[in-house]
Design a protein around this ligand. Sequence first.
Ligand code: GDP
Length: 439
Amino acid sequence: MFESLVDKFSGIFKKLRSKGKLSPQEVESILKELRMVLLESDVHYKVAKDLINRVKERAVGREVLESVTPGEMVIKILWDEIRKCLGGETQNLNISALPSFLLLVGLQGSGKTTTCAKLALRLKRQGHFPLLVSTDTRRPAAKEQLKTLAQNAQIDFFDEPDATSPLEVVKKARVFARQKSNDVVIVDTAGRLHVEEMLLAELRELVEQESFQETLLVLDATTGQEAVKVAKSFEEWVKPTGIILTKVDTDARGGAVLSIVSQTGWPVKLVGTGEKLEQIETFHPDRMASRILGLGDTLTLIEKIEKAIEKESEEKLVQKLKKEEITLNDFLDEIKRLRSVSSFEEIVGMLPGNLRSNLSMVDGEKNLKKVEAIICSMTPQERQNPSIINASRKKRIARGSGTSIQEVNKLLKQFEEFKKLWKQMHKGKFSPLRKRGIF
Ligand code: GDP
């Protein structure tokens, strides 16, 4: 996600960081470059212009000139403005009513049905009792899709085969939910290939006659500016309370998210980050801004690590957290455990650039097997204290694991990097980022 933006920003940031002082001319030329990056990444020209103007106002003012590290300060201002552009604060779903009704609308193919199931599973894991409802009275295949997803995730499902309108289905679902004590009802709606009046009239009837805590517009991030148009045409018929942006994992250019939020003014509440049912996340403008700028999404990373930690037995965990130092055995355990929560690639992608490149060897299934083979070829003493691994030991380990001395060296180097990361996590924060004023 955001590969193109991140790559281009990192080049500019490198330049910025290398400067002790910035003249107003230098600030001007860097802002021009930043604006180009935004435009090339599918950010609407007006959004890019406004954003850069706001950064400029702050950057050429006292904020930068009086700062000790002006380059860092420009990055911080840019981060702050992108965060604001993305909506500023995290907006949670309104599920305070009992039961709460959430209506998902959007075009066919936007990922709506998958998102309904993702959302239900997420709420179920948070301790709710969701009910999934299909209101597509015209396409039996769409109902079947939701039903299968519901069955696989063991979530209650409701549909009314004889109903002729979504309104009729929702009225009956209300009674069903009450009987079954479901506290959140997620209603999937029919999607069409383009905005169709008849369908939208049905939707309007539904939202006028039934009350929904949330009407969420599902938008496909990969469609870029088109998604903004779709949002505007839906607005004439139903007033969304928020957006769920899907497929952000495949949006290589990454600018759509900025344009969609700033042009619709609706908060993005959730993002879909993959095809699997677990791949849905709360949208945090601050974290998203960090990701867009390639500063590493360390908060989400910490959440993921915490989730992984939950899986571990309490006793083992307490012992491990007590020690700031980890051994090669712990290292192997950690990598395996992190991979069980999400793909290691995803985790590595959230780290700041320097750590990211240093952990490349433990990325990928094949590499992990190699790492495992190398560690298993070490003696218990070597695993406990890698500093005793001299040249002849390295030779033996490489032979035993079917790898090369270079690969053993690389692993030892990466272990040192991981130890640094572990220490930071142990302290509960990523202090380098804090020092730079990014969080
Ligand atoms: P609907 O027609 O709007 O109900 O869309 P579907 O739920 O059937 O999804 C269309 C396609 O998008 C399916 O292949 C989904 O697996 C895929 N999809 C949905 N959400 C995501 C996502 O967040 N990331 C990726 N990569 N694919 C997604």
